[in-house]
Design a binder for this molecule. Sequence first.
Ligand SMILES: Nc1nc2c(ncn2[C@@H]2O[C@H](COP(=O)(O)OP(=O)(O)OP(=O)(O)O)[C@@H](O)[C@H]2O)c(=O)[nH]1
Ligand SMILES: [Mg+2]
Ligand SMILES: [Zn+2]
Length: 290
Amino acid sequence: MQGIIINNISNQYIVETKKALIKCNARGKLKQEEIIPVVGDKVEIEIIDEQKNEGAINKIYPRTNYSKRPKIANLTQLLFVLSAKDPKPDLLMLDKQLALADFYKIKATIILNKIDLAEVEQIKEIYEKIGYTVILTNAKNLEGINQVKQALQGNISAFAGNSGVGKSTLLNAIFEKEITKQGEISSKNKKGKNTTTNVALYKINENTYVADTPGFSTFEISEIPKEELYKHFIEFKQYEKDCKFVGCTHIKEEDCGIKNALETGKINECRYNNYVQIYKQIKEMEERKW
Ligand SMILES: Nc1nc2c(ncn2[C@@H]2O[C@H](COP(=O)(O)OP(=O)(O)OP(=O)(O)O)[C@@H](O)[C@H]2O)c(=O)[nH]1
Ligand SMILES: [Mg+2]
Ligand SMILES: [Zn+2]
């Protein structure tokens, strides 16, 4: 029987099949092959106790992608959530995540939440111009939620973003009920409290699932070689052909197609500055490995 892992607490997995939710353990064979099942895995299971809905995972099907932290497989879409205020939009973090999503070939959609608290038109414009879908929401009064639902359709999606931006609140708005705990923003530092601690998939309909995760906070940005970073700033790519030097880093070189595009306003300055900052971070991480 086939199914998808929708929840995992230590060694126990909840597998959703066409018929039921089955509590499963992983077979010893999987451990020998050093594959540890994670949420999102498509698996083959064997029923052990039909009455109790208990079974065992026999096989994990090949993954289209895999994220280490949080552990989740086969995502087709990442929804990057920023809040207009409390916490304020972190565009450096967003640009890092957008580059990573492109690197892993996962569709990226941007949600600007808490639009009741501050203006976000400028951010919306920057990213829509590049080609990203940007959805404005107020998760508390359900504004924009239908657009989020449309974006979810047919995907296995996860919300990502800093603590306190409203990921769990959005999820509850989508399901129109309380399914995950929402954190209180402490008034002292206006940061969230990392309320969500484990990964789980929630089903919306056939082929449509959404994950609540503890926040993709630790980034493996160093997985992208610095020489390739510009390719994952999706609007930069097209100008590289005008660079004079082979292997141009687009930072200090003269006659750089990307810097020219910056000067003529075709590339946004904030995006470019974030590119330079992320490039330097990857470089530092690469050097530390030696
Ligand atoms: N004003 C306003 N507050 C919101 C909105 N959406 C969420 N909040 C509040 O922001 C706080 C944090 O929301 P959560 O949904 O817990 O944030 P989270 O992103 O899940 O945080 P972590 O689980 O810590 O990663 C809560 O107090 C929410 O009620 C919104 O659109 N407007
Ligand atoms: Mg949460
Ligand atoms: Zn260049």
